[in-house]
Ligand binder design. Structure first.
Ligand code: PLP
Length: 462
């Protein structure tokens, strides 16, 4: 069909589908690993799914036939749910979701269900917020590296722009006032009006929680510039190690002139491992934003039977509490398995305490310290080593050689095989493993260019 018959939006190429992040998924689909039917296939390590605690939900479902059978006290509620179409959502579900959100943030914040807007996942929540807060051509500042899906979710249909806040490995990719100011100046130079900052906490792809200092820096910045702050907290329940997660709603407590400009995004895709159910939410203290987003949510509602089922699940206090604790324990176990396995291979990761992935430093494996070098290594990983991992460039990282590696969407055996494949690859590159007794890489075996980086940049001292 001729392109002129389509809208500009439908014909344009700004969806981001051609990013190596999504291309990796396509390559995996062509040759997916299966221990029995395709043992040499590609292992999917580019998908931040949580498959570690399905059994806990399944056993709850087995023992609660009313919830799965759409019954209340044994009586079918099919007709009620079949007709329900109020875009405010089921009150009992919003209450259960607000309680769940409070519980995964060590009860430091109480969430009011009236300030919640239900959306079809965090994808829809983020886009809806941008529709509420920005005109086409206005900009949001995003700390790098950031989740590749944001290029699609925040920009494609809204026409808004993203200006990166450049963070670097020299301070573990922490957000600083200087970096925020620089991004703001850059936006002004590009004649873009800045409407806010959007960050992920815990970070995707870093797997780190934000410090109180970073949160205060961000809050001071948005107040000084008179703009908004969106905190995407979809990984809040994955915080498996200290320091503890601090929600933006906790960070603003006791501060003036802030609450109306701070908005939180949440979903059940990561903490509960249910991206297929499409359950997300916006939480905001700004009544106008809540009202506008609720009207917009007509375009991406959560189905009534999903709300019914999950309100029963999440209202079960005992289930909620034990799930959160056990899920965190399992994520930590898996994280440690990957980090220790990579260490044995001579590969280090950024220290992390949350998320379903590690931010892995493979700079010493690049043939050149360039993004071409990173792409070459990524292709080798996908086609020769058989691992789909996400290159840092797809997350807009400024430094070539970092990769996001997911660990919670497969069995422990598959993860061990993936580590073995990496180990074999490293040995084939160097002829031997490049590690010293303490587990770190030996400088004498590194490519020359990496030795010229400042040592803090190399992040070897851990
Ligand atoms: C930071 C972040 N926000 C939003 C999303 C989208 O989540 P959902 O499946 O709830 O739309 C993801 C998914 O990976 C994510 O990592």
């Amino acid at each position: 069909m001729p392109q002129q018959l389509l809208s500009r939006k439908a014909a344009c190429n700004t969806h981001g589908q051609d990013s190596s992040y999504f291309l990796g998924w396509q390559e995996y689909e062509k040759n997916p690993y299966d221990p029995k039917t395709n043992p040499t296939g590609i292992i999917q390590m580019g998908l931040a799914e949580n498959q570690l605690s399905f059994d806990l939900i399944e056993s709850w479902l087995e023992s609660h036939p009313d919830a799965t059978g759409l019954r209340r006290d044994g009586v079918l509620v099919f007709r009620e749910l079949g007709l329900f179409q109020d875009y405010h959502g089921l009150p009992e579900f919003k209450k259960a979701l607000a309680d769940f959100m409070g519980e995964s943030r060590p009860n430091t914040v109480k969430f009011d269900p009236h300030k919640l807007v239900l959306t079809a996942g965090a994808t829809s929540a983020n886009e809806t917020l941008i529709f509420c807060l920005a005109e086409p051509g206005e900009a949001f500042l995003l700390p790098t590296p950031y989740y590749p899906g944001f290029d699609r979710d925040l920009k494609w249909r809204t026409g808004a722009e993203i200006v990166p806040v450049r963070c670097s490995s020299s301070n573990g990719f922490r957000i600083t006032k200087a970096a925020l100011e620089k991004a703001h100046r850059r936006a002004r130079k590009l004649h873009l009006r800045v409407k806010g900052v959007l960050m992920t906490n815990p970070s995707n792809p870093l797997g780190t929680t934000m410090t109180r200092v970073e949160l205060d820096t961000l809050i001071d910045f948005v107040v000084a510039k008179d703009i908004h702050l969106i905190s995407d907290e979809v990984y809040s329940g994955t915080n498996f190690d200290s320091p503890g997660f601090i929600s933006v709603m906790e960070a603003i407590q006791g501060r003036k002139n802030v609450a109306h400009r701070v908005h939180l995004v949440y979903s059940l895709s990561k903490d509960l491992g249910l991206p297929g159910f499409r359950v997300g939410a916006i939480y905001s203290n700004n009544e106008t934003v809540v009202a506008a987003a609720t009207k917009m949510s007509s375009f991406g509602l959560v189905s009534s039977q999903t709300q019914y089922l999950l309100s029963a699940l999440l209202s079960d206090k005992e289930f909620r509490r034990s799930y959160i604790v056990e899920n965190r324990r399992r994520i930590k176990e898996r994280h440690d398995l990957l980090v220790r396995g990579l260490e044995r291979t001579g590969i280090s990761c950024l220290n992390s305490n949350a998320g379903l992935f590690c931010w892995v430093d493979m700079r010493h494996l690049l043939k050149s310290n360039t993004f071409d070098g990173e792409m070459e290594l990524w292709k080798t990983m996908v086609y020769q080593v058989g691992l789909n991992i996400s290159p840092g460039s797809s997350c807009h990282c400024d430094e070539p050689g970092w990769f996001r590696v997911c660990f919670a969407n497969m069995s422990a055996e598959t993860l061990e095989l993936a580590i073995q494949r990496l180990d074999d690859f490293v040995v084939s590159c160097h002829g031997h493993k490049v590690i010293c007794n303490s587990g770190c890489r030996m400088q004498s075996c590194m490519p020359k260019w990496i030795l010229t980086l400042p040592s803090s940049d190399r992040m070897l001292e851990r």
